[in-house]
Design a protein around this ligand. Structure first.
Ligand code: AMP
Ligand code: MG
Length: 408
């Protein structure tokens, strides 16, 4: 098939085809200490109560609440970490520190501030109600309770919760390893001064950063010229080592655009053109059961395709349930000429003014102009049409610096 033979499909259809090919990577056990950022592959059920016994939440005296006597004999002191104080009975008290277990018989803690202590006796100002200043058993977590659901991203509170339950190994989806390959005769590494006709390979580093930011591990393969044997072996090498591959360049209709035909030869191309701007030639294939995204060469096109379709795909591989950035209606501060055929993702900043969200495009939207992405915090969905989206019109903004949710 020639590159131009691929039918143009909608962005929504492109996602459906991507989603149909992908499953979360198979679960593996992982030590808790390094699990931040990964996704739980199984529910976590508490095996014990937290706290297991009633515990003081203030420094003070453990007493029997119903005891009417204002002055009580101090039997002992219980600090956090010990549990050997004698039982408390009416007329007695145990000096207790925050976090220490309540001695048997006690059912309240009177803070130091509300007492006076002289000669081994403590005097309490007012009356005390049972349960005061203590955490009842299982008040944080009860044994048998599902504390974290499969699909939860493990962050600092989840790590803390798992550690408190003694879960030092967790079942997770592994962090996807993603190979990155830049294609093009014209490319030189960023540290090299380009000769006439050459340009610096900026996509390798930009895509590696995007892959890392998406919670995956980037495996940069460098650049490969537009020659079939070299490209074929680079693609196969990348796929042998990684869970998926991103290529940039070589998917347009030029004579040197070899990526689509090669992917068709090596595997199955699920789509080769998408009705979007930028990113029309975006290509998605499976080779040996692994996903390959053929991203366009233009730097903005490759990053916008990454944000809209590759990032959710990588998150799906990583086991996330939350795949979608929040989308909100915004008003345009400027007129935008619509593309006649393609949905356009306009780079913009969004600001709230008097309770209304206003979106301002970040200047010229050329797909080579990375400055249009720098500092932008939204992609505006400007639907295809004959004329303009006008200043004051409402469009949908994808908030690209907000965490993903389960639904759009
Ligand atoms: P292509 O899709 O290969 O036709 O590339 C389109 C344009 O994107 C090229 O003319 C380059 O200007 C640019 N380009 C391609 N690859 C890269 C890259 N790795 N880094 C920066 N720019 C690139
Ligand atoms: Mg090229």
């Amino acid at each position: 098939m020639k590159s131009s033979d691929y039918p143009m499909i909608s962005v929504a259809e492109a996602w459906r085809r991507i989603e149909a090919q992908l499953r979360p990577l198979p679960p593996t056990p992982h030590i808790l200490a390094g699990a931040a950022g990964l996704v739980l592959a199984a529910d976590v059920v508490a095996a014990e109560d937290i706290p297991p016994v009633p515990t003081a939440t203030m420094d003070g005296y453990a007493v029997v609440a119903g005891d009417a006597q204002p002055t009580r004999t101090i039997l002992a002191q219980q600090a956090a970490g010990s549990a050997d104080a004698p039982p408390v009975t009416p007329g007695t008290a145990v000096r207790i520190m925050t976090g220490a277990p309540l001695p048997a018989g006690a059912d309240a803690v009177i803070p130091f501030e509300e007492t006076t202590e002289t000669d081994g006796m403590v005097t309490v100002a007012g009356s005390v109600s049972p349960g005061l200043n203590l955490r009842p058993p299982a008040s944080d977590i009860g044994a048998g309770q599902t504390v974290l659901a499969a699909g939860s991203r493990i962050g600092p509170p989840e790590i803390g919760l798992l550690a408190s339950l003694g879960q030092t190994t967790v079942m997770v989806h592994p962090r996807p390893l993603v190979a990155i390959l830049s294609t093009g005769e014209e490319l030189v590494p960023p540290e090299v001064t380009p000769a006439s006709g050459q340009i610096r390979d900026s996509n390798s580093l930009a895509l590696a950063a995007a892959v890392t930011e998406a919670g995956c591990t980037a495996l940069p393969l460098g650049t490969v010229p537009d020659r079939e044997p070299a490209l074929r072996s680079a693609i196969l090498d990348g796929l042998a080592r990684a869970d998926g591959l991103l290529t940039s360049g070589g998917v347009s209709m030029g004579v040197k655009d070899l990526v689509k035909p090669l992917l068709a030869e090596l595997g199955t191309v699920h789509f080769g053109r998408v009705a979007q701007k930028p990113g029309k030639p975006l290509t998605f294939a499976s080779v040996g059961g692994k996903p390959v995204f053929g991203l366009p060469g233009f730097p903005v096109s490759s990053l916008v395709c990454f944000e809209n379709l590759v990032r959710p795909a990588l998150r799906l591989l990583a086991g996330h349930i939350a795949l979608w950035r929040p989308e909100v209606p915004v008003r345009l501060t400027h007129d935008i000429r619509r593309d006649r055929e393609r949905l356009e993702f306009v780079r913009a900043t969004v600001d709230a003014i008097d309770g209304v969200l206003w979106a301002t495009p970040t200047g010229a939207q050329a797909s080579s102009r990375l400055a249009s992405l720098v500092g932008s915090d939204a992609l505006l969905r400007v639907e295809a049409g004959p004329d303009y989206a006008y200043a004051g019109d409402e469009v949908i903004a994808i908030l690209t610096n907000r965490p993903e949710r389960a639904s759009r």
